[in-house]
Design a binder for this molecule. Structure first.
Ligand SMILES: [Mg+2]
Length: 225
């Protein structure tokens, strides 16, 4: 029987805001600033190192502060570039702080869901930064609550992050479904908390976890909700 959801939880990065594209633009501009030539392999190294460090953060192997401390030094060292990763990270984060490139169909999906459900954001990251990016994208109006790990005190996939969401919204877990792109944070988090999930998988990668539903574009949400 179809479940009667009343609330939707939505991840931010690479679900409604294109973190990858924002990061790429920030790196390109950062290289311009230091008068160094930018090449695509720098961005691919960033994606690789960033994913590895975020998984370590999600598994509590490193802190968020440590991630920022070592990210670009690791990337530059892997690429054999003798650059100041610390200074680059600071400039990078300043740009990322205001990057707000929407994912395709994100606004249409939010408008549609907003007409039927209570929507909240569920994001790992820094509260001020994530809120500002949602605001700059014009998406704040769609959300009743903004759950960001630095503010909640726990991060996805920790079950305590989701318990905080359920307690704050004052609902049982059957009433909510979580839309996100990350298997390690979002889908694993949903599984840990016993909350249904929609895995947004635009690159059609093969996953090792089973979400409740899977979509490849955000307009497919309408087929489920
Ligand atoms: Mg994400």
């Amino acid at each position: 029987m179809e479940k009667k959801y009343t609330h939707i939880l939505i991840d931010i990065d690479n679900t409604i805001l294109d973190f990858d594209e924002g990061a790429k633009q920030a790196i390109i501009e950062g290289f311009k600033d230091i008068n160094m030539p930018y090449t695509e392999d720098i961005f691919y190294e960033f994606l690789k190192v960033n994913k590895m460090l975020w998984e370590q953060f999600e598994n509590k192997i490193i802190t968020n502060a440590r991630l920022h401390e070592i990210r670009f030094n690791t990337i530059f060292s892997n690429l054999g570039l003798d650059l100041d990763g610390h200074a680059f990270e600071a400039a990078f984060r300043e740009r990322l702080h205001v990057s707000h490139i929407p994912v395709k169909d994100a606004e249409n999906m939010l408008k549609y869901l907003f007409s039927k459900y209570d929507l909240s954001v569920a994001s790992n990251g820094t509260f001020a930064q994530q809120i500002e990016r949602v605001r700059l994208a014009g998406f704040t109006i769609y959300f009743s609550h903004l759950f960001v790990s630095s503010d909640v005190g726990f991060q996805k996939p920790d079950v305590r992050f989701f318990n905080n969401v359920l307690n704050t919204l004052n609902i049982v877990k059957d009433k909510i479904i979580f839309i996100g792109d990350s298997l390690s944070a979002d889908i694993q988090g949903g599984i840990n908390a016993g909350i249904d999930t929609i895995w947004f998988n635009p690159k059609k990668i093969v996953g090792d976890l089973t979400p409740t539903y899977e979509i490849n574009s955000l307009d497919q949400v309408k087929n489920i909700l």
